[in-house]
Every structure is written in structure tokens, then in C-alpha cells.
Design a protein around this ligand. Sequence first.
Ligand code: 3PG
Ligand code: CO
Length: 569
Amino acid sequence: KVDWRLLRHPVIKRGTPFLLCVLDGWGENVEDDYNGIYKAQVRTIRALKDGAPKRWRTIRAHGTAVGLPSDDDMGNSEVGHNAMGAGKIIEQGAGLVDTALRSEKLYNDKGFSYIKEAWFNAPGTQHFIGLISDGGVHSRYDQLAELMKGCAQRGCKKIRVHGLTDGRDCAEGSSIKFFTELEKDLEVLCKQGCDARVASGGGRMYVTMDRYEAARNLNTSNCVHFEEADWKIVERGWQAHVLGEAPNKFTNSIEAIETIRKKHPETNDQYMPPFVIVDKNGAPVGPIQDGDAVVIFNFRADRVVELSKAFEYEDFKKFDRKRWPKVKFVGMMQYDGDLKLPKHYLVSPPLIERVSGTYLVKNGVRTFACSETQKFGHVTFFWNGNRSGKLDHNFETYQEIVSDNCPFNEKPKMKAEQIAKVAKEAILSGYYDYIRVNLANGDMVGHTGDLGAVLTACATVDKAVKVMLDAIEKVGGIYMITADHGNADDMAQRDKKGKPLKDTEGNVIPLTSHTFAPVPCAIGGPGLPPQVEFRSDLPSAGLANVTATYMNLLGFEAPADYEPTLLKW
Ligand code: 3PG
Ligand code: CO
């Protein structure tokens, strides 16, 4: 039985209003012309660093520090928010899938037996849907390649891949490289007697991988309100993958990507329109039929929950499916443990238990969590160890500000001002002990690769932080400003020596993915006793150390098995 009681902190007073602000995609990186944070007007955040050196430090936000397989893995929001919410380093989806494949446990588990049942009765096609890249954030191509090989070795005779182009967790334009590798691997499978082909595809941000609705809790008494996601994106995917319908038809995926990119110079890997591969007669080579098996091979939940619902729910009204094939459907993981979605899966997801939020509500901490749609699930669902719904309805208020629906370089201010406004009200209300927000701009605008827009994004974040810090000042509160991983801090692809790479016209090639940079962590506020500062004996601390730290700032000792606090007093 868990003892949920928390001891009081010896010097920090319980009940002092506390702001925890996560700057999404905000690393501490080399200060040069392509560091969007350094180049932007960020006086408030800069002053935290320059003004109080003992209350500012950096922490690790990538690789093994956040439960990823190796230090060659950049950080991402899922693992970052999981770590900050849970106070522990948890082996994440990417590593769990690696282990399950390496040990072959995956092939002996229930999920795999379930899809296998489909192969030996016509049509019996094995479909794979997911993101084709080496990003390691939502999926990894080498895992798909291994899994396809494993299926063929175990009797699968027909494989169809529905692949999404990335350019967001890897270099823009790299889709050609990954699909060339995929086509080559499929050819090898064909030679071994498995009819294996790409059947459809499209860009991840335009086709299939919309975000969220992940944490919509169907129990209305404890309902986290998620605004309707952009189901059009999922519908386009359904039409291409399941129905075999798309405006663009080609005979293989390389021709598809090359032609579409030439015909639509304004498009890119992230936003590529959908395509379908057809045979000589113009018929799609791999629509999904009754009796087939379908695997979504992404391990990360947020961008495949909606498609999973479309496959799994009989009663489904988000768009007209036209045809709902009866298939054996599995996820690489179970994406939502509360909704049990999907019912069948290949690898068990990480078990993230005794998260900070549960301790805090059980000790009466009144919490207000807020972000905009794009990151709302990050400060609730991911924060709470991938749990949908609130931990305790009586102690928590979750507020979502609806995000704009456009590429965010077009509106780089996003909803930062609105988030700051509601956070300020929550701070001044005197009701809440703990105000937790995420400002999405650094990340979402960073992913567009548009440095000019990033400057606006970062300056807007800085103003929003000032609004909230002023409110904390007014109520005598305490703050912690930190981040989940880098992004806006480097907007240029670089050579091994760190020099920005240029295209043939001499323009610097933008970096659209996250960075490996550590992230800042700043504490302060009039409510923080003067002797409290960062200790110096944890130089390689990571995001999981943040948890014990903010539990202290809320006036409690952290649970003994959490990663140690960053504070001394
Ligand atoms: C995305 O899903 O937008 C990117 O792949 C990762 O970004 P995030 O980890 O910051 O959400
Ligand atoms: Co991101």
C-alpha cells in the first residue's frame, strides 16, 4: 500500500502560490546567429540567468536522462513531460520496442498472435501504418524493418506499408532517403516470397497524424475537455490507407514523393499531400480489406490516437469512413491505458506510477494546469504519466486554450498571451497553490524552420513569462521556469564542426527538429527563502530532478525514491 503523505519542507512554506512554467522547445545552446532564443528579445528570461546565478542552471533533456535508448536520441515533449511529472527516469517506448524485438518477446506475445491469425486466410494482408524516419520520437524505421522481416519469417505472405513522410523529427527532404531504404527492404522481402509494397502515404502534418484528443476522458464527471482535433487530417489518411483513394496516384513511393515535391514546390515532407500506389490498371495496390491485419508502428500515442479510434470504434462519427473493414488491429503500444485503446498491442507501454500529481492532490494541493491545444495534453496527460482525465476532480482545474489551425510560422504568437492571462488570473485568485503552464511557441514555430517567425515566437514567450512573474511578485509567490527539450535554440542544420550547412544558392538549411541542448531551469520569487539555491553536486541532473525540486517549492519533501532535488537550503 502506498503511503501518500508528504512531509513538510523545513524552510519553504506550504501554500505559497507557485508557478511552474514549461517553455516548450527552449534549449540553452551556442549563442550565434541561428540560435532563435539568443537572437530574439527575451529580456525577462535572460535576466533570470544573468541576475541570479545560484538560482539558474541547465539540466539534461535528451537521451538516457529522459529514458531514451541512447544519448544519440534528442529529447521530445512526451518523454520530457513524463520525466518532469513522474520524478523518475522511465524506460520509454522506443527502448521497450527495441528490447521486445531484440529478445523476440514481441513475437511470442498476444498482440503478435492476434495479427498472425489474419495471414493464413485470404486476403490476409499485413498492413503497417506510421511515420517513416529515424527520428525516434514517434517511431523508428529500423524497428519497422525488423518487424516486417520478423513477420515474413513467420509466414506472412503479403505486406503493405502506408508510410508518412516526416521532415519534423529529421531533416526536411529526407523522406526520399527513408523511402528509398524502405523500397529496397521491401524488394528483399519480395525476393524471399513475401509480396511487400508501399501502398499509400502522405505528409505527417497533413495526413493521418493529427494530435490529441488523446486524453479525452469519456467519464463526464471527471472530464478533461479536449477541443475537437483536426479530424480532416485523419480522414485524408483513412481515404488513402483504407479506401485507396487520393488525388495523387503513382506506381511507387519514390515516384510519388519526387513528383509531388516537383509539382508542389510549396509543399514539404511535413505537409505532403496524400498519395496512393496503383497497379497497371490504376487499381490501388493495398486498400485495407475485411480479414486483413493492421499495425500502427508508432510507439508514441498523441498523434495516432485518433486513427486508432477510427479503426477500433464501431460507433464513430468524426468523419464518414464510407467503409469500416473488419480487421485485426493492433498498436505498437497501447496508446491510452484508461480508454484501453487499442485493445490489442504488440508491446506494453511504460508503466509510470506514483506521479507527482497524485501525491500533490492527495496532500490537498490545488492545481491549475493550462496550455493551448497543441500542448495541453503535455501538461496534463503526459505530465500525469499518460493518464487521461484528472487525477482528482476536487483539486484540479485544467484549462485548454484552443490553438490556431495553421502552420505556426503564420501565427507565431500562438496563444501565449491568452495562456499568460488565465495563468495570471489563477495566480491572483488566491485559490490555487500550483499553477502549471506550457508555452508552445519555441517548439511549434521551431518545427517550421522559419527563423524570422521564431524570433517573434520567443519574444512573445518572454512577454508572457513577464506577465506571470509580475503576478507571482504581487502575491509573494515562487516560480520555476524550465523547458522540456531544445528546438528554437538552433535553427540551422550543421556540419560535424558545427558550421551551418548551406544549399546551392548559399542559404542556410533550416533545422526543423528538436536539439540536444540542455534546458534552463530558473527559480525565484519573493516567497522563496533567501538561502534557497541550486546545489552544485548534481552537474548532470536531468528533467526528472525537476520533480523533487518543485515539490520542495510547493512546501513538501519529495518521495524518497524520486530523483534528488536540485535545491539546497
Ligand atoms: C511532434 O509531434 O510535433 C514532433 O514530432 C515532436 O514534437 P514534441 O515532442 O515537441 O511534441
Ligand atoms: Co516538438
